[in-house]
Every structure is written in C-alpha cells, then in structure tokens.
Design a protein. Structure first.
Length: 244
C-alpha cells in the first residue's frame, strides 16, 4: 500500500533502503529549492562553503553590509540544523513516532512561507535578506534531519562530499592490485553499494535542480507549492493511525 510505504520513510525504525529512498526524495527537494531559490534571490542557499567564502571575501574588501548578510545566512542555516536536532531528540526522549515527521512538516510550512513572501515582495516590501535567511534555515533543518536519520551516511543539500566519495570509489575500481591479498595488505576493492547510493543522490539533486529552475522560470514562486506538498505528504502519514 502507498500509505504503508510512505509511513516507513519517516518511521523511527530505519533500514538502509528507507534511508536511501528518503534521501533521494529530500535531495530532489533540496536541488529544486536551491536552483529555484537562486533564480528568485540570486543566491545558492543549500551549502555553506560558498557563504563562508563570500563572507571572507567581502570582509577583506571592506563590504561590511554584505558580510552581515552572509553571516545572517550562516546563522540561519545553523539555527535550522539546531532546530531539527532539538525536535528529533525531544521526540526520541518521549518515544514519539513523529521524530522525523516534525522537521519535514516545518520545512513544508516554511517553503510555503517563502513562496508567499517572494510572491508578495513588491506589495509588502519583504527584505530579500529575510527571504534568503528563510531558505538557509530550511536547508539546515533538512540536512540535519537526514544526517540524524542515516547516522551521517547521507547528505541531501549539497553534493561536494558525495562527488568526492564517488571519485574515491571510482579510484578504487580503477586500482590495479598487483600482488595477492594478505592480512597485512588487503586488496583494494570499491564499495559498489556506496557508489550507487551516492550516484542516485547526486542525480536526484540534479533532476530536482532542473525541475526547480524550470518551475520558477515559468510559474514563479508558485513552484514551491508542489515541493511543500511532497514534504507534507512524507510527514503527514506518520500521524495517521496504523492499520491493525
């Protein structure tokens, strides 16, 4: 049953399969949010490497107003991750089955808020800095959640580490074991399962980016609604009574 399958994705009981399927779904959402968000606010909000580098550059160039904006984005991402950790640990201490569903529901609500703030920007005068910080908060919230779900095996809001791990496994596949295996010198073998997992996550992030960019290009901020629905659907089934 579809509901039963969706329920497993955010259930406290985890398997490698459910971690991967949830990770692929969230990587798609992150890719779409990051690419669409860039067209909206001209900033990528899912990874903090560029934020910290830009903050350092602007500090060196004396552009203190931009330094404040970058620091706000970094702080928002940090607070999002902290919020996710608080929610998950709070639910775990109370043996709640909603430990992973709560952050997703909040993320869905905030994506809708981003769409409303963006669409109404010219009417209500919302600061773009607030909009950027909101997206950074959402990305921090999501990345911390999937990190705790998978025991730090899966990341969904950035692909630098994933591409690095893909390169490592490809290097292992290309390595020529000239000597026989021994206890002191085991053969170099690629972890094909790990390689396949990371390839799927990168592909999902890329496809999400294409969909998000096209969505924002053609329909604008309304394109956040389907993303919010996906997240709400993933989370809401956990609140339904289990079938006997």
């Amino acid at each position: 049953m579809p509901v039963d399958y969706l329920r497993t994705l955010t259930a406290p009981e985890r398997t490698r399969r459910t971690n991967l399927h949830l990770g692929i779904s969230l990587a798609f959402v992150a890719g779409a949010t990051n690419a669409g968000g860039f067209l909206a606010v001209q900033e990528y909000t899912s990874h903090m490497t560029g934020v910290v580098s830009s903050m350092a550059d602007d500090l060196a160039l004396g552009r203190l107003d931009l330094v404040v904006d970058w620091f706000t984005s970094l702080l928002a991402f940090l607070l999002g991750a902290a919020t996710s950790a608080v929610l998950i640990n709070w639910a775990r201490r109370r043996a709640s089955r909603h430990e992973y569903a709560l952050p997703l529901l909040i993320e869905a609500s905030l994506l809708l808020a981003f769409g409303v703030l963006g669409a109404m920007h010219h009417y209500i005068g919302t600061s773009m800095g607030i909009t950027v910080a909101l997206l950074c908060y959402v990305m921090g919230l999501q990345n911390a959640m999937i990190t705790k779900v998978s025991n730090a095996e899966i990341r969904t809001t950035h692909v630098t580490g994933l591409v690095t791990d893909i390169g490592i496994e490809l290097g292992k596949m290309l390595y020529w074991n000239a000597s026989a295996e021994s206890e002191a010198q085991p053969l170099v073998r690629a972890n094909k399962e790990r390689l396949f997992v990371h390839l799927q996550l990168v592909l999902s992030f890329f496809v999400g980016g294409v969909v998000g960019a096209l969505g924002f290009k053609h329909v604008g901020y309304v394109s956040t609604v389907p993303l919010a629905i996906v997240l709400a659907l993933l989370a809401s089934v956990q609140f339904l009574p289990a079938r006997r």
